[in-house]
Design a binder for this molecule. Sequence first.
Ligand code: ZN
Length: 146
Amino acid sequence: MDLRERAIQAAKERQERMKRNERVAAEEFAEKAKKEFMESFGETEFDIKPVSENTAEIVADGLKFTAKKIQVEYAEYVHFYLWVRCANCGKWIRAYCENIADVGELLQKEQKCDECKYGSAIPPAEESDAERVTRMLREILEIVGK
Ligand SMILES: [Zn+2]
């Protein structure tokens, strides 16, 4: 093989190695998040999906959570966010929750996204059909992409 071929081969190998490392790191984080989720919420029946080395997705009893790795100095924490819909515009938002009572409160009380809370969003009634479709697509992409 000439230099060009060897270079491309080396790059491919490195990319594969990195992908493998990322996958391993994601799985490790998911494992950690799984344990913490059980401890924090007392739930054992749930699905967890590794997303990245610092993100995992959890679905428990029809509720969707995101687990995030938070690094402070040398300590590492797992933070959980429950996905809820904005009561005003219906957009999915993530709300931090530490324990089961937090989750209960998020489910009990109406939650609002920042735009609705701070008043820059268009109320649903004033949306045109095209705007509504665009917003829905954006929400779907947000959900799928996270
Ligand atoms: Zn909203």
